[in-house]
Design a protein around this ligand. Structure first.
Ligand code: GLC
Length: 516
């Protein structure tokens, strides 16, 4: 089965502020990314997804967009972006950009106009309402950021409240207004015309809201059926816009902890191509939990739906910190060997842990600084405190693990996590069975997650992950072939070559791929 570009290899998430700083101001930028593209070539990634680099006051570090069609000076210029795009394409790397449709910055000219007076033509572009009573917001909705509290702020000039699902500096657009939808479609066209290959859609499940703005009441639950169909209609129209251009891809941040609802965004084939699955991200480190989520995803998928797997991004603690260093290696193997597109957040290929952020360096309102710490490219002992990320003072502290886990050191160590990530990518690129083969669950025993990938000419690859902290024997089911050849193990001590599946024992947190 031929694969599309977004199905073949991994999509690598770049958080531009923390990837590479080319001008010494301590914040990463587009030129820094260009300088590091060959590192991504060695990782054989299919595409980069860039978190926002648009003009922004940076209240939410770029997710508060003040101009969707320009680059913030801290990251460079539109010319830099065009060069990044051209240099990526030259290397066979596609470019996916973040699209933030639910809200803008309060400094976006649309909102500046909207808040100027109740009669302003842009008033109806945002969600303005009267309070229930003086000093009481229209309802009790809360911001997604706990520290913010309620999702409404009162505007003294016009005497009304506006909705912000995140910071007060991120007013929600009113997608019920067709002018808003048309303006956001123009943003998609702007970037498609420039040549981007796809969009990651920020909080896509929020682009329609209960039209009555009801609070959930215990005896009268507000159910999503009232407005989610509207989101799907809006997504179909977005898809139609990107389908005006060839081979563009939409991946959505569908932050719903309900697989059935998540799959509704990809199952019909005319909405998203991929959905980030947060049910998967929130799983405990437990083989049966992973088993049932993977199997339910497959069971609920339509024929055409394609899975996407990720366990880390710029909003969540890193895998090495959540589950452990060995487990972070096992996760990489899992992402590359499952049927679907792997998403790798920058630094996961290095097995980085979260950085420690002293109280006086905290900058994010929602506690997400540790996973956003800069990438250590070189040993601090050789390159100074900036670890090859910057010659200046990094905007967030560099992880203390930089000396051991920097990219340069790992590139020369065949046992490193980076070396493992490269071998996984090589295997996936060389082996169509990993890209597009069928997938079948295998019962291999307690604490083991195992699955087969079956390709053309009955080529078979077996993947096994040991979730236990100690050794586990693989109980080979009777219908499996008995001999195997090791392709990759996360345990550098494992011998290569042929072995009998009946004798297979996995070491603590080991994961492997074997050819049957
Ligand atoms: C998404 C982003 C997150 C941001 C929020 C508001 O969840 O991933 O970083 O803060 O949307 O845009």
């Amino acid at each position: 089965m031929p694969t599309l570009w977004w199905q073949r290899g991994a999509i690598y998430q770049i958080y531009p502020r923390s990837f590479a700083d080319s001008d010494g101001d301590g914040v990463g930028d587009l030129r820094g990314i260009i300088d590091r593209l060959d590192y991504l070539v060695d990782l054989k990634i299919s595409a980069i997804w860039l978190s926002p680099f648009y003009r922004s006051p940076m209240a939410d570090f770029g997710y508060d967009v003040a101009d969707h069609c320009d680059v913030d000076p801290i990251f460079g210029t539109l010319e830099d972006f065009d060069r990044l795009l051209a240099e990526s394409h030259e290397r066979g790397i596609k470019v996916v950009v973040d699209f933030v449709p639910n809200h803008t910055s309060s400094e976006h000219p649309w909102f500046v106009e909207s808040r100027a007076s109740r009669k302003n033509p842009k008033r109806a572009w945002y969600v303005w309402r009267d309070g229930r009573r003086p000093n009481l917001p229209p309802n009790d909705w809360l911001s997604s950021f706990a520290a913010v509290g309620r999702a409404w702020s009162f505007d003294n000039v016009t005497g009304q409240w506006y909705l912000h699902s995140f910071l007060p500096g991120q007013p929600d657009l009113d997608w019920d207004n067709p002018e808003v939808e048309a303006a956001m479609h123009d943003v998609l066209r702007f970037w498609c015309e420039r040549g981007v290959d796809g969009f990651r859609i920020d909080v896509v499940h929020k682009i329609a809201k209960d039209p009555l703005l009801r609070d959930p009441l215990p005896d009268e639950p507000v159910t999503w059926e009232n407005w989610e169909p509207t989101i799907h209609e809006r997504l179909r129209r977005m898809r139609a816009v990107v389908d005006e251009y060839p081979e563009r891809m939409l991946v959505g941040e569908v932050y719903l902890l309900d697989l059935e609802r998540v799959l509704a965004y990809v199952n019909t084939g005319d909405e998203l191509h991929l959905a980030h699955n947060f049910v998967f991200l929130h799983l405990p480190w437990d083989a049966s939990a992973f088993r049932s989520t993977i199997d339910s995803f497959e069971a609920l998928s339509s024929q055409s739906a394609w899975p996407a797997w990720f366990l880390a991004n710029h909003d969540h603690a890193r895998v090495a910190s959540r589950f452990g260093a060995k487990q972070a290696r096992a996760v990489l193997l899992m992402l590359y060997a499952l049927r679907g597109t792997p998403f790798v957040f920058q630094g996961e290929e290095l097995g980085l842990p979260d950085a420690e952020i002293p109280p006086d360096r905290v900058v994010d309102v929602d506690g997400r600084d540790p996973e956003r710490a800069p990438i250590p490219w070189r040993p601090p002992s050789e390159d100074g405190a900036g670890a090859g990320f910057t010659t200046g003072r990094a905007w967030l502290p560099i992880t203390p693990a930089a000396e051991e886990l920097n990219a340069e050191r790992q590139a020369h160590d065949p046992g490193s996590t980076l070396a493992l990530a490269r071998r996984l990518a090589d295997l996936r690129m060389a082996e169509p069975t990993l890209q597009s083969g069928e997938q079948r669950s295998v019962e291999g025993g307690d604490d083991l997650l195992a699955w087969l990938r079956i390709g053309d000419d009955d080529r078979q690859l077996l993947a096994v992950v040991n979730f236990a902290e100690d050794e586990r024997a693989f109980h080979c089911p009777p219908d499996l072939r008995r001999t195997a050849r090791l392709e990759i193990s996360t345990d550098p001590a494992r011998n290569h070559g042929d072995f009998a599946l009946d004798d297979l024992r996995l070491s603590a947190a080991e994961a492997l791929i074997a050819r049957l």
